[in-house]
Write a protein that binds this ligand. Structure first.
Ligand SMILES: [Zn+2]
Length: 312
């Protein structure tokens, strides 16, 4: 079995305007690098991510929010202009399709892995999701792809315990908002302290380990935190599947954050998750792209992550 790679051309059509760091070129950079390095030959591509179903979305978001969001995105899709949902989060005519493909990719990847048709999966999708709360779009995010997929695994596919791992430089406040105190989900995260969205220092539930770290923290210190704080808690929880919010903006070359990870750190963290999944979760991992804004560092880091997922 192989590592599946989910995406859809619609994910590149979502464009928040000139100069916005969360840009379509992010996905092209990843795809180009995978082709150039031969990684594209060892993964199984699924460029046909379906649109997420309403029944799956409302397992993570309120029906009222989905209605409001869909009304706005449908309206924007009929025009030509951009509409800001928050200062950083902008809808263009193609946004509705991209949002639904991104969440749909996460759900389809979850089904493929649970059905045993792929060992694990990486979803190279935009927009990202981990800042989208139950009731709000923010921080470049509209729907919480990982939370929707995790709830699909639990509510639709009947798993009893799943873990969410978030190593984006920004705290995954949206995921925390959605999963706090859901005892079927255990969440671990690491993020830059006193930084957007300025949350996470006091966890909202007992089912999570939040580790804020100061600016300029490097990979060896972050590996120690993973070893000492994440892995024992995940071992004790024994997840049947692991979801990853794979943001690569903690890379030392990424100007949106001030942490010091490099490709080898992403490979190391991923390998530890692969080992944990092999022990407790029949190897099941679904990872979704979140941040990562230096195009070269993003592509190299995503490749390191996927190499570890694929064991090559
Ligand atoms: Zn981020």
């Amino acid at each position: 079995m192989t590592t599946a790679f989910f995406s859809h051309p619609d994910c590149k059509r979502h464009d928040m305007g000139r100069g916005h760091p969360e840009c379509p070129a992010r996905l092209s950079a990843i795809e180009d690098h995978f082709l150039a390095t031969g990684l594209a030959d060892v993964i199984e591509r699924h460029d046909d991510a379906p649109l997420a179903a309403e029944a799956d979305i409302v397992n993570a978001h309120s029906t009222e929010y989905l209605r409001e969001l869909d009304d706005v995105l449908t309206e924007v899709s009929r025009g030509e202009g951009l509409v800001a949902l928050d200062p950083d989060t902008v809808a263009c005519p193609a946004t509705r399709q991209a949002v639904l493909r991104a969440a749909g990719a996460a759900v389809a990847a979850t089904d493929l892995v649970i059905d045993g048709k792929a060992s694990n999966a990486f979803c190279a999708v935009r927009p990202p999701g981990h800042h989208a709360t139950r009731n709000e779009a923010m921080g470049f995010c509209f729907l919480n792809n990982v939370a929707i997929a995790a709830r699909h695994a639990l509510d639709v596919r009947g798993l009893e315990r799943v873990a969410i791992v978030d190593f984006d430089v920004h705290h995954g406040n949206g995921t925390e908002d959605i999963v706090a105190n859901d005892e079927r989900i255990f969440m671990v995260s690491i993020f830059q302290d006193r930084f957007y969205p300025f949350s996470g220092n006091v966890p909202l539930g007992d089912n999570m380990v939040n580790v804020p770290v100061p600016a300029f923290t490097k990979g060896d210190e972050i590996r120690a935190i993973v070893e000492e704080r994440w892995l024992p808690a995940l071992e004790a929880f024994r997840p049947q599947m692991i979801f990853v919010s794979a943001g690569f903006d903690a890379h030392r070359e990424d100007d949106l954050g001030r942490l010091g990870l490099v490709e080898a750190d992403y490979e190391w963290i991923t390998a530890r998750l692969v080992a944990l999944a092999a022990k407790h979760a029949q190897g099941r991992i679904v990872s979704c792209l979140e941040g990562g804004y230096n195009l070269s560092a993003l592509a190299r880091s995503a490749a390191a992550h996927v190499r570890a997922l694929a064991g090559v």
